[in-house]
Design a protein around this ligand. Structure first.
Ligand code: EPZ
Length: 455
């Protein structure tokens, strides 16, 4: 696997960002209009789903982010013809799927965790699949045991090799009864992408029901799948012999929308996020309002702005949908450094997602991370073993600093902090941000940020 900084640079270059560093002169409110397109966490999975069909699929509103290029490279390595057929429109022809050499898979995958979702479709198409060492954002151990156990339940044989994991299925995979220990997004997608063409019925208990998963189910249904979403996080999938292609417009990126909303709050700005959708952001909007942020929902997007008076501290617990998403907490924490009093953020999904707060403290924030979480009588989400809590005491003026971006959401929060801070900040490794934020440099320009790019 390549080093993290090489990987970050490659991610940026894939979408035309050649600079490694952004020098930000902060203290200016971000104001203006930007748009968000299809959700990274749906689009990449929808691209994998195209592998399952015996016909062409068309995906619309695909953002220009490097995770999309990673999946495109992996699909092409397996013989899928991927064509750009319009602005943000990709067409996939899976009619000649072939095996790829593990070195090729490894080269395309870089630090991404996406290859694991290729397993089910490739087992159906070719009877074998290979997963290299998996990376993704450094936000905890991020094991793949749920995925491998589910694949074994379908009848796949899993062999660990020095280069990664080899899976085989000499016979057609069979439907299975699977109960996830936690409603994992990726493992739910794994089960869906495998069960749709397995023989017989699959019952999945304790499934994740994020909006991106519902959109993936809609895509699979368009392809010919039969999927029943039942109460209490149970999903039944009746396997079918073949699937066709799909034409689909991706659900909009609620994580990117929430990030720009927090940027408006942290910089005392006013941002209209075109294509932001209220239904997928209900929980975020409640918290945004409780902090004191103002918003107005329009037909074509949501306007977010700072109220011009002091912000209010809040207690937030991250959770699976419909709870407060773990990906929303990092940008929000930056805004909470400006609230008057003590806020608490309990991270209940990942065991290590507050690493980004060290840099915020270096910029003048007062954030104490409790590695084993902290007790609270108001907790709603059950306490998990691997838990952290951050106590943020504000308001603390932020000042410029030199920061190296650690991961996608942490990196975006560093950008926001630098934009809110007085003075100049130098932020390196920004290629990582291109994994999930389309044209973020252009958007910063449109919003009036004062910065220059450097190598
Ligand atoms: C998806 O990751 C998203 N990534 C994440 O977004 C998001 O934070 C996460 O879901 C939660 O919503 C993509 O969709 C590409 P999980 P995923 O499986 O599927 C544990 C971003 O910044 N677990 O729901 O990998 C795991 O360690 C990214 O956009 C196991 O123990 O998340 C974690 O504690 C970051 N064993 C929890 O489950 C497994 O086999 C939730 O992970 C799998 C997961």
């Amino acid at each position: 696997m390549s080093s993290l900084s090489e990987d970050a640079r490659r991610q940026g270059e894939r979408v035309g960002l050649t600079a490694d560093t952004i020098v930000i002169h902060g203290g200016k409110p971000l104001t203006g209009r930007i748009d968000v397109r299809g959700a990274k966490n749906l689009v990449t999975k929808a691209m994998v789903a195209a592998l399952l069909g015996d016909n062409v699929s068309v995906l619309k509103d695909v953002p220009n982010i490097s995770d999309v290029f990673i999946v495109k490279g992996l699909l092409e390595a397996h013989g899928v013809i991927v064509t750009e057929t319009g602005d943000g429109e990709l067409t996939f022809d899976p009619r000649n799927v072939t095996s790829a050499h593990f070195a090729e898979i490894d080269a395309h995958a870089g630090s991404s965790r996406i290859p694991i979702l290729f397993c089910g479709p490739l087992l159906h198409q070719l009877g074998e699949a290979f997963i290299p060492d998996l990376g993704g954002c450094r936000i905890g151990d991020r094991p793949i045991d749920f995925h491998l156990n589910a694949l074994r339940a379908f009848g796949a044989t899993v062999t660990k090799l020095p280069q990664g994991i080899h899976l085989t299925a000499p016979e057609r995979l069979r439907g299975a009864h699977i109960e996830l220990p936690f409603p994992s997004v990726g493992a739910t997608e794994q089960v869906l992408l495998t069960a749709v063409r397995a023989e017989g019925v699959t019952e999945l208990k304790n499934a994740a029901i994020e909006p991106e998963i519902m959109d993936l189910i809609a895509i699979l249904q368009k392809m010919g799948a039969i999927i029943w979403v039942e109460p209490n996080r149970t999903i039944f999938i009746e396997g079918v012999d073949r699937l066709g292609g799909y034409t689909h417009r991706a659900i909009s990126d609620r994580n990117e929308a929430a990030s720009w909303a927090s940027a408006a709050l942290a910089t005392k700005g006013d941002i209209f996020v075109a294509n932001a959708k209220q239904p997928e952001l209900l929980t975020f909007l409640n918290v945004f309002r409780k902090v004191g942020g103002e918003f107005e929902v329009f037909e074509d997007g949501i306007r977010f702005w700072h109220p011009g008076r002091p912000l209010t501290p809040v207690v937030v617990e991250t959770d699976v949908h419909p709870g407060f998403m773990t990906d929303w907490q990092q940008p929000l924490v930056v805004a909470l450094t400006q609230a008057e009093g003590q806020s608490v953020v309990h991270e209940t999904v990942y065991e290590n997602r507050f690493g980004f707060t060290d840099s915020l403290n270096a910029m003048g924030a007062n954030i104490v991370v409790h590695q084993d979480g902290i007790a609270s009588i108001t907790r709603r989400v059950p306490h998990r073993k691997l838990e952290q809590a951050a106590v943020i005491t504000g308001p603390t003026p932020l000042h410029g600093a030199d920061i190296r971006v650690p991961d996608l959401r942490g990196g975006f929060s560093h950008l926001i902090a630098a934009l809110a801070a007085e003075g100049t900040s130098t932020i390196s490794n920004v290629g990582i941000i291109a994994r999930g934020y389309e044209h973020f440099i252009d958007k910063l320009r449109v919003l009036g940020a004062d910065f220059e790019l450097a190598d």
